[in-house]
Design a binder for this molecule. Structure first.
Ligand code: ADP
Length: 536
């Protein structure tokens, strides 16, 4: 789609997206009220969540939430999700889930000459993708080359494998890295330009692609995809909760979907793509697979309940790595709001209640989380200065939400947050000397050290760990075909995005979830279209 022709639409959608995230805030799956989560997609070795998803939101009072929800409903009508009276009984391809993977798949299916439809169970599209903050990882891209960043697909492969503790599905990973640059180009051709490049935890090269202004990727990506889907005339129904995938002679051939909570319809299709996201908001499933995480807050949007996994299992599909759940180290506990890795990537540090650093902040998410978990009450403070604040745009959002505390001096900040001033001051002096020397003798940090922390005012956000991303899911192959326990493809059934497992192994690198949904979402659209054509 032509960038110029849709500028207005994108502006409208951006406004909508912000409202949508806000609206999502009131629906928590965590033990505290979840306000917005922020997804994947930030900057660490977690790399960083939901599509990485972490973008982060606004507003916090109940009244504000209500107002924003109402505003969202109005905005939804304005931007025009497909009205129910336009529903057909049959489509070439049914796509379940209107997040990043689903919309990407729809665009490719349409480009292949198909008539696809998207069913989204929430009142707006976006899913956890909307919350992604860090960006989209990709190697050997035109933007990296333009900016003199030397990277290679092999290095991206090796670092992701290392980050996943050598447990990633290597075939999937190979496909992923080799198709990452073309995914960036494809997005660019759709008017979604990610040319501002940063670094996430566990990575040694700058390969996390963000919008030009450095803002959170999720809102920008979702706005662009929704605009493209609408421009292409792809029907996108919201409040459309798919309950079952139908099958005939072993082949997926449609869905049963409930509209607006009560109106059930059976829709037939030549193929079905499942893009329902993860299960980070489903406390029951979390408890089943990881009893130790019971009671953790979640950064996930309320629709991330693992429906696709259940529906695919009913057809004989199998799962992988279901107990591999990424706990994000930096989540504001009161609002279950993810503080993106970008804050650390741009220079922030973590301290304990004595004001001391205790970890390499740019280590992988699992290692940073483990270090925080050992602290009293699993509490830590993310400390940064005005320079970080100007470089990491997401901080404006955290500030609006009341999550950021400010001090004109380090001592004033320490007093604000109740830490010993001399301890914090000495930590910052040591840290700034480490940045100058380009050597962190204490914890071996090597990235996110381009700038020291010497620009007043100083800031702090109190953080702790929260459930962020479910790395496990249904098993697919590189053609996104859903596999049964014997490793055979279930005909007509495809899956992409967080609903699938295997790519990330035991630990997802920040920025890899957005890449996953675009790379495998595209593949799902292409392969499902090929299947439909071959069976027509
Ligand atoms: P991904 O990053 O893999 O695209 P997202 O979380 O961004 O995942 O998007 C998944 C979308 O699927 C969410 O918007 C979620 O509400 C939607 N979804 C989940 N279950 C269903 C269902 N049963 N029917 C329709 N949509 C669903």
């Amino acid at each position: 789609m032509k960038r110029n022709s849709k500028t207005l639409t994108i502006l409208l959608m951006l406004a909508l997206s912000v409202m949508l995230v806000i609206a999502g805030c009131g629906n928590s799956a965590g033990t505290t009220t979840q306000e917005a989560a922020g997804t994947d997609s930030s900057t660490t070795a977690e790399g960083t969540t939901s599509t990485d998803q972490a973008a982060d939101t606004d507003q916090t009072t109940a009244a504000a939430d209500k107002e924003e929800t109402e505003a969202t409903s109005g905005a939804s009508e304005t931007v025009g999700y497909t009205p129910l009276d336009q529903l057909q009984e049959s489509y070439d391809i049914v796509i379940i889930g209107g997040g990043g993977a689903g919309m990407t798949a729809a665009l490719e299916a349409k480009a292949a000459g198909m008539n696809p439809v998207i069913f989204e169970k929430m009142e707006a599209a976006g899913g956890n993708t909307l919350k992604s903050s860090s960006g989209m990882n990709a190697s050997e891209t035109k933007f990296q080359k333009e900016q003199g960043i030397e990277d290679s697909n092999d290095l991206f492969f090796d670092e992701t494998l290392k980050g996943g503790h050598d447990t990633n599905n290597q075939e999937m990973l190979r496909y992923f890295v080799d198709n990452s640059a073309s995914a960036i180009d494809w997005l660019d051709s759709q008017g979604i330009t990610l040319d501002n490049i940063t670094i996430t935890g566990g990575m040694k090269e700058k390969r996390t692609h963000r919008p030009t202004d450095g803002s959170a990727v999720g809102q920008y990506l979702v706005s662009g995809l929704v605009a493209d889907v609408q421009e292409q005339g792809i029907p996108l129904f919201v409040n459309a909760d798919v309950k079952e995938i139908t099958q005939e002679n072993g082949q997926a051939n449609g869905v049963k979907v409930v509209f607006d909570g009560s109106d059930e319809k059976t829709i037939s299709a030549g193929a079905v793509i499942v893009a329902t996201g993860g299960f980070g908001a489903n406390q029951e499933l979390i408890k089943q697979y990881r009893p130790d995480l019971e009671g953790y807050v979640t950064t996930n949007q309320p629709g991330s309940t693992g429906d696709g996994i259940t529906m695919i299992e009913a057809l004989g599909g199998t799962t992988v790595d279901m107990d591999q759940i990424q706990v994000h180290p930096t989540v504001n506990q009161e609002k279950s709001y993810l503080i993106g890795e970008v804050v650390r990537g741009e220079g922030g540090i973590l301290v304990d209640k004595e004001g001391n650093r205790f970890v390499n902040e740019m280590d992988t998410r699992d290692n940073v989380t483990a270090a925080i978990t050992k602290l009293d009450n699993r509490e830590s403070y993310l400390i940064f200065d005005s320079g970080v604040k100007s470089r990491a745009k997401a901080i404006e959002q955290y500030d609006k939400m009341g999550l950021v505390q400010t001090g004109e001096t380090i001592e004033a900040l320490a007093e604000q947050i109740g830490l010993p001033a001399d301890g914090l001051k000495s930590t910052l002096d040591t840290w700034n000397a480490s940045v100058a020397a380009k050597k962190d003798a204490a914890f071996g940090r090597e990235t996110g050290m381009d700038n020291d922390l010497s620009g007043a005012p100083y800031y702090a956000v109190k953080i702790g760990p929260g459930i962020h991303y479910t790395m496990g899911g249904v098993k697919i192959n590189t053609e996104t075909e859903v596999l049964n326990a014997s490793g055979e493809a279930i005909p007509g059934l495809y899956a992409a995005g967080e609903v699938t497992g295997g790519l990330h192994g035991q630990n997802r690198i920040g920025g890899n979830s957005v890449a996953e949904i675009v790379i495998f979402g595209r593949e799902a659209g292409v392969k499902a279209a090929e299947f439909v054509k071959a069976n027509q």
